[in-house]
Ligand binder design. Sequence first.
Ligand code: PEP
Length: 249
Amino acid sequence: MRKPLVAGNWKMNMDQNDVNAFVSEILDKISANDVDVMIAPPALFAAGMQKSFGDKIRVGLQDISAHDSGAYTGEISAEMAASASIQYAIIGHSERRTYHSENDHLINTKIQSAIKHGLVPVYCCGEKLEERESGNHKEVVISQISEALQGFSEDQLKDLVVAYEPVWAIGTGKTATSDQAQEMHEAIRNCLSELFSQAFAEKTRILYGGSCKPSNASEIFSQPDVDGGLIGGASLKVDDFLAIVEAAK
Ligand code: PEP
């Protein structure tokens, strides 16, 4: 049985005052449940938030370096994150692919680094609008996954989370229909089964991301291969985010 995960990606939003208010409000309102909850704030706030959350909510980074340490100005390594009790790292988000030219080869090295230091990689994949319109969406996503996960053993990827995020649905207000999400999640699970094993595919969590909100979360999460969500805009408000967490129960 896969435990659902709802993960928030704050992107470059929220300042220290907003963070303080969000943390105290969510700690007041969150109830113990059968859903794992993770929030990836701007890196500056991650360690402090994890201290405040204790075991109730996990904090992740939105990206990590492929390197452990050294002359890489502005970067944060998986080793540093782990030393600050951070447990998750989003890797390969489409905004990193678009604005920082990340490709699946680099993403593969970032996943290696996450695993080496015990972080759970939340690997993002997803097709662009033109790729969906030309009917190539499955091939595109399967080739992203095959390259990003090349060379790993099943055991190394035991905690892997895959986030399917159609690029045309991120921050646009356009959500994939639940059928479109299910079709792609099933294709991703079949791909994991071919690359590794059926048992591996069956235990790996696959999240949906792309304009997920309280009004559409239940329907998307009710699909058999959808194990929760990666939530951008709707993770910035405690009530919206917790409503999505509820929908994943
Ligand atoms: C995201 O950034 O991963 C995302 C899914 O954003 P949004 O929910 O705002 O579309």
